[in-house]
Structure formats: C-alpha cells, structure tokens
Design a protein around this ligand. Sequence first.
Ligand SMILES: *Cc1c(COP(=O)(O)O)cnc(C)c1O
Length: 231
Amino acid sequence: MDAIRENLQRIRDRIRNACGRADRDPGSVRLIAVSKTVAPERIRQAAAVGLNVFGENYVQEALGKMDSLGDLNLEWHFIGHLQTNKVRQAVPHFHWIQTVDRVKLAREIDRRAEALGKSMPVLLQVHLGGEETKAGVDPEDLPDLFEEVSRMSCLEVRGLMTLPPYLEDPEEVRPYFRQLRRLLEVLRDRASEPERLTELSMGMSHDFEVAIEEGATMVRVGTALFGPRLS
Ligand SMILES: *Cc1c(COP(=O)(O)O)cnc(C)c1O
C-alpha cells in the first residue's frame, strides 16, 4: 500500500513537472493505471490511494478482477489487442476501448453496444514504426478508418492511441508522439465535430514525460506504479 502511495506521488510529481515544461494544466492529463497481471487486492490498494482509472490488456483476466472489485466505482479502459470474438464480453464491462484498428472490429463493437443501448468511447490505435507490435492501423489508412468508424452510431471516436517501439532513451520516442499529435490534427480538420476529438493516449512508465510535452491527454503507467511485472 505504502509503495503504491509513494510511487503514485512520484508519478504525479513527474506529470506536474512535465506539464510545467509544456505550459499545460496537470488536470489535462489523465493517469491510467495499467493493471495487467496485478492482483485485485493491489488494484484495491491503488484505488484506496486515489486511482480510479485502470487499463487492462486481456478480456478474461479483466472480467475476473472487475467482478471482485464491483463495489468500487472504477473506470476500465481496454488497451490490449482485441479479438473480434472477445468483443461481446468486453463491451458490457469496459468504459473505453483504446485499441480500435480495423473496420471489422469497430463494426462488432458498434453492434454489441447498440444491443446494450450504450455508446462506446473509443480511440483508434495507430501503428508507428517498430516491429514489436503489428497492432494498429497504418497512418496512411487512418483517414479511411476514421471515416468509416465515424459513421457508426454507437461508437464515439475520441482520439488516437499508440504503442511506439521501446527505445531506451525517451527522447528517441519523441518523434512518434509528435507524429500521433499531427495525425490527430489532420483528423480534426476533416471531422464534423472536432471538439469531440481531443484524446492522445501515449506514454508509458519510462517515457510519459516526453509524451506529455508532445500533448498526451492519457498516459498509461504500469511498472512505475505497481513495480515490475513477473511475466
Ligand atoms: C503494459 C502496457 C502499458 C504499461 O507499460 P509500463 O511500461 O509498465 O508502464 C501501457 N500501454 C500498453 C498498451 C501496455 O500493454
């Protein structure tokens, strides 16, 4: 509990300092606690010290945790690779889906959300170089994906997300963050409601300060908060 509290304090200091350098309001950056592989008891401890937004990568794992934490008022973001056949289980329980990268997936989310009478906020995941992950839409295909998804009545596209290659020096990641921001600006120029398109989910434990300097509105932080993952 104390470790999480101290880690959180350090992260908030880092966020505040990065916002200071970028002349931004720290309230404009949402901290998403990435809780994959983290046991529900530790998520409960994180909630007790003030965190209420969590990111999970695997539907099955997440549903189990949500069940045991159902008495808390938490917001859950899906940040992993989403298989179309898992959408039915994910849509009722997640508040955001950050990893929409293909029309087929978007259609399925839209269909399931409609059946539940809900509207699902989503981010489009963009693939920016690096071979570590193939997930994400290529930048040149982003405008078409955006056009298609924008027409779906139960999806709300709120912005972009990326998982850039892991580079030791966070400064080397900066061009990727900058590119995502530019891509969002291009979409806003062609959007019918640009004021709805505000989110940039980018930056993890070792590089979120640079992401904030480049405009991140959501940072996804796991190890800096919970410590190293065992797997
Ligand atoms: C695991 C993960 C994170 C958190 O990474 P850390 O380096 O532990 O902060 C962020 N985003 C995604 C998509 C992840 O899978």
